[in-house]
Each structure stands twice: as structure tokens, then as C-alpha cells.
Design a protein around this ligand. Sequence first.
Ligand code: MN
Length: 260
Amino acid sequence: MSQDSKPTLILLTNDDGINAEGLRSLREAVSRIGEVTVVAPERQQSGSSHALTLSDPLRISRIDEHTISVDGTPTDCVLLAMRGLFERKPDLLISGINHGPNLGDDITYSGTVAAAFEGTLLGLPSIAISVSSWKECRFEAAAEFAVVIAREVLRHGLPQGTLLNVNVPSLPPDRIKGVKVTKLGKRVYRDVIVRKTDPRGRDYYWIGGEPPIWCSGEDTDFEAVENGLISVTPLHLDLTDYKSIEKIRAWNLKPRLNDA
Ligand code: MN
């Protein structure tokens, strides 16, 4: 409860779809600290990044007073939740718990992280949380930590334009070794494109391959979860590379080809 005795409003979304186990665990856990509303995609939307549906109408299903599914992306869900579905602005957004890691360079593909980006753009303190396993995910530790970090974010707020990306090892809670504030790791790119032929004789392609490998680096998110620690990476929406501004300004850039 906040001081004016209005309950804390917590908006939850994800990219694995409204029926995902990770979202269910998250809801159960954070219900202890506030009034929870879920606005989540109807279907699996992993890898949808920051996509916004512009060419089609969005249909919603009101499952109950506090649960809405949207036939769109995680970003659509956050935008709808913030611009019309509710009377009062939420106090906090949590996106997850994602089934699978969102580490290093891979966060640019992530629908889970994109939803938290969208929340941040709309002025809402936002957290993305994932379980760092490519196989079976254990959600207990992540759900418990979601409550811990949600409380801290509600207490301290977040700097403008900053969100938190959390990755939790897929371990029983008593085997988690601690929490580390980290930076994004660097991925070694070796995606494999598999080409096959469909029953009608047309080629199709499948992006796949082995789980990614990472450059070793101290204080990275990847290193933390590898060592059994929960990783918390602050991300900022300002993607400007300030170090390069002067360098690029020194190039010969002119609006037209024949300008001197
Ligand atoms: Mn996902």
C-alpha cells in the first residue's frame, strides 16, 4: 500500500503468451505486493522485438477484470494497457518471466525486453525478467526475486530512460549464489540457417543452430548466470554512441553529391 492508501498497481506482460507458466509464476508472486493486471499476447511472440502492429486492428479478450489477452505483440500490449484499457496509470511494469535467457546482444531480438522498453518510453518504471535456461525452466527463484526487485524499484524509482534487465539461473532458490549488477555480454555469432525442401518442392529456411556462445568478459550478464548468480543489468533507452559523435562529424558529409 502506498501512503495515500491506493494499492500499488502492477502491470504484467510477456512475450511467451498469456498462458505461459513463467507469467503465471510471476503473477502469483507479485500479487503479494500489489494489485496485478495482466495484459499479454494471445500467442507466443518470442523474438518479436519492439514490433508494433500498425497494419491490422488489435482484438482483445477480457478474460476477467484483471486479465486481458491481445492478438498482438508485447509492445502492443503495453501501449494498449497504458493508453486506454485502465483508468489509473500503473506504478510498475514487469515483463516475463521469459522462458529462456535474454543476455548480451540478444536483447535486441527480445519481445520481453521490448515490452519493458515500451513501458520506459511511456514513463513507467519497468523490469524485464527471464530464466536463463534453453531447456526446462525453473521459475521459483525468478518469481521470488521479482518481488525483491519490484520492491526496490518501487522504493527508489529508476532514472529517466533506464530499465532493468534481469536474468535468473534455472536453479532451486537455495542454490542461487547471489545477485550481481552487470553489463551486457558479447555474443559470438554463429547462427545456422538450415535449408530444406517442403512437400511441394519449395525450399524453406529455418534459423537455428546450437545455443549461443559468449565472449568471456568480467562483470557481464552471461558470466553472472553461468556462475549461479542473478544478473541485473541497467539498460538505457538512449542508444546514441556519444564517443563517435566527434569522429563522424569530421567526415565529409554533405547533403548532395556535387556540393563542394
Ligand atoms: Mn519468450
